[in-house]
Design a protein around this ligand. Sequence first.
Ligand SMILES: *Cc1c(COP(=O)(O)O)cnc(C)c1O
Length: 308
Amino acid sequence: MQQFFNSKSVLNQSVQIEIAQAKEISLVIKREDVLHPEVSGNKFRKLKYNLIAAKEQRADTLLTFGGAFSNHIAATAAAGKEFGFNTIGIIRGDELTDKVAENPTLSFAQQCGMQFKFISRQQYRKKMNPDFLAQLKNEFGNFYMLPEGGTNDLAIKGCEEILTEEDENFDCICVAVGTGGTIAGLINSAKKHQKVLGFPALKGDFLRNEISLLASNKNWQLMTNYHFGGYGKINDKLITFINQFKEETNILLDPIYTGKMLFGILDLINKGYFKRGNKILAVHTGGLQGILGINKKLQQKGLPIIIE
Ligand SMILES: *Cc1c(COP(=O)(O)O)cnc(C)c1O
């Protein structure tokens, strides 16, 4: 298993965007999205040491939590299939019980062998209560638990491997932020002269505290103006940007995380936030599996969709 994870390498791809070129700023995308076709991007990094630990503990089942379009649910299901674990997904929203077939993320996970338990949003908020976890043990037997979004100490350790020696000449590392595990890994492994910029995909100030608890350095900052109204919120401007970025660079972005981050980076370049000559590395954390389901929703509302 270690070998499987260690054998994957990632390409840094330079992109030519007019706004950046005009200010002599070099923008390079780290293509974590192409690490693996199904266990994409940062979810691959976050699972690595957890799966190794699960095997060492002789666990045969992984249990985790997520929403209807969760990249973490899809990645856990695919990794379980690849390495011979049973997988159980505790899914937010009991209205989804009979809608698996209509939901590309959940149908994919099911095809990988994931078994679901749907719970109400209210119950989901209390998912880490000892009573509920005891109930899950009763229902499913022993399991190795991955938290929502996959963030724990072993996940952060995996994300510390995103940056390599050849990345040392960048001035700034940019990444989208959900639970903060990925940025914590980047902060830990970035060099002193580098700054890590996080682009939260959700509203709220709590992330700053969470990240300072998870990360060991202070060379980072959150850019909180690019969540587009909150987690999973999408508008025409964002979709247009994603389609335009694809046309100009041939790189597809997802609308939940990486699309918002790149929108933010280019906006900051435009506003003169970065110095002339700065080298920016933007981590493409993947998440492309979600596009199918999100396009379906956009289509139902008669809105423009993401062109793959
Ligand atoms: C999960 C995810 C993130 C957020 O990662 P965290 O470690 O939870 O902050 C960012 N980008 C993509 C594509 C993701 O799937």
